[in-house]
Design a protein around this ligand. Structure first.
Ligand SMILES: *Cc1c(COP(=O)(O)O)cnc(C)c1O
Length: 412
């Protein structure tokens, strides 16, 4: 401690602390996800906190990885990714979106979408440059922008419709904006940005000479209708870097095979950063994800339909328990308001929930800048990318909340 009572940080700790990555005592600031997963273990609660599936993905994909290991695909792959995967990504963009992408110059394979995001932000954002995102937003965004020295500007998405106000978006994007960082389909809300919003983003990017970086890892998990990549809109391609990953689409979140597509000069700039981050990763998983991308339309349609059915189980359970739930249109998560259950602070509610009802969720405050947490004060995110029995068990347990509430109401 120094004489102001603040703990003494070594110079090498101050940079990370300034970016909010280290806690004041110099330890790694624990994420609420780690805290809640630990609570789930400790209490035996059903863990709907972290978003990973509890079932394996398609057999063909798993088999292709085993086959690759057995046949010696175990050394460093090429820096931009294995040609078999880059070609499959280009075919995928053509098949689903009618986008012509050059697999040699316009595709880069990364260590998950996370590395693509990190390398893109480090490549494009200089000290003081502004990055606009919607909020709540995936927690890595704020951390990466801060570490790059950028300034994070946000536009709120409001419960339960999550539709951004076009005037707030117009006000957030200025000549200081370097990157508009989108995520649609959206985590944590399950929202899908509508075409008018995407068109406005393209218009603003042109007007203010900003880049669009778009995180579309849930592209195949849209429940009604089809995903529309912003890169397909008129005038968008030349300013857009699109990011996706095999993890969510093929239930292989632990493989960390992601990619980025866009005009060659952007891809080269990101590669220049990426080659000194991981350099390369996941050789035997690359041909396996390539096999996944070539699966029939049926696989993708069935996967989305199966997840939509799981969403319905969880949303029914949350409603029956007394939450007000925003029905997600995509992805792995549902956001529910715990205010009708008497909650005034979602973080405190989530810390109690495992003992009260045997279920773990995460407070949406984890996805919002500390100064703006009031707007999401009572919201909780629950994952539904779990087996049906698990969701039914969670629903049965959550039902005790409505019984507890009934008992409270009857108390004199
Ligand atoms: C899961 C997730 C990621 C991370 O993807 P990886 O391929 O595992 O790195 C990125 N963005 C969003 C919105 C996610 O939900």
């Amino acid at each position: 401690m120094d004489d102001t009572g603040a703990p003494h940080l070594a110079p090498w700790q101050r940079t990370a602390a300034g970016a909010g990555l280290l806690a004041a005592n110099g330890t790694v600031a624990p994420t609420v996800f780690a805290e809640m997963s630990a609570l789930a273990l400790e209490t035996g609660a059903v863990n709907l906190g972290q978003g990973f599936p509890d079932e394996d993905g398609p057999r063909e994909v798993l088999e292709a990885a085993r086959e690759a290991i057995a046949s010696g695909v175990n050394q460093y792959p090429p820096g931009p990714g294995m040609p078999v995967l880059r070609e499959a990504i280009a075919r995928h963009q053509r098949r689903w979106y009618d986008l012509e992408v050059d697999p040699v110059r316009e595709v880069l394979v990364t260590a998950g979408a996370t590395e693509a995001l990190a390398a893109a932000i480090l490549a494009f954002v200089d000290t003081g440059d502004e990055v606009v995102t919607f909020e709540p937003s995936y927690d890595a965004y704020a951390a990466l922008v801060a570490r790059a020295g950028g300034v994070h500007r946000t536009v709120p998405l409001r419960f339960p419709d999550w539709v951004p106000d076009p005037d707030e978006l117009r006000a957030a994007v200025t000549d200081r904006t370097r990157v508009i960082l989108l995520n649609s389909p959206h985590n944590p809300t399950g929202a899908v940005l509508d075409r008018e919003t995407l068109e406005l983003v393209v218009e603003l990017a042109h007007r203010h000479d900003a880049l669009i970086v778009t995180d579309e890892v849930y592209e195949h998990l849209v429940f009604d209708g089809r995903h529309v990549p912003i890169a397909t809109l008129p005038g968008a391609w030349q300013r857009t870097v699109s990011i996706s990953s095999g993890g969510k689409t093929f239930n292989t979140t632990g493989w960390k095979i992601g990619w980025l597509t866009g005009p060659a000069h952007f891809v080269t700039a990101v590669l220049a950063v990426k080659q000194y981050l991981t350099f390369v990763n996941g050789a035997p998983f690359q041909p396996a994800i390539a096999a996944g991308l070539d699966l029939s339309h049926t696989y993708f349609a069935d996967a989305a339909a199966a997840l939509a059915a799981k969403r319905d189980v969880l949303v029914r359970g949350l409603d029956a328990a007394g939450f007000t739930t925003a029905v997600p249109r995509s992805g792995y998560f549902a956001v529910a308001d715990a205010a009708p259950l008497g909650a005034s602070d979602a973080a405190a509610f989530c810390r109690e929930l495992p003992r009260r009802a045997g279920v773990v969720g995460v407070p949406v405050t984890a996805f919002v800048h500390p100064d703006r947490r009031d707007s999401v004060r009572t919201l909780v995110r629950f994952a539904f990318c779990k087996r049906r029995e698990v969701l039914e068990e969670a629903s049965a347990r959550l039902a005790s909340l409505s019984r507890q509430r009934g008992a409270d109401a009857r108390r004199p």
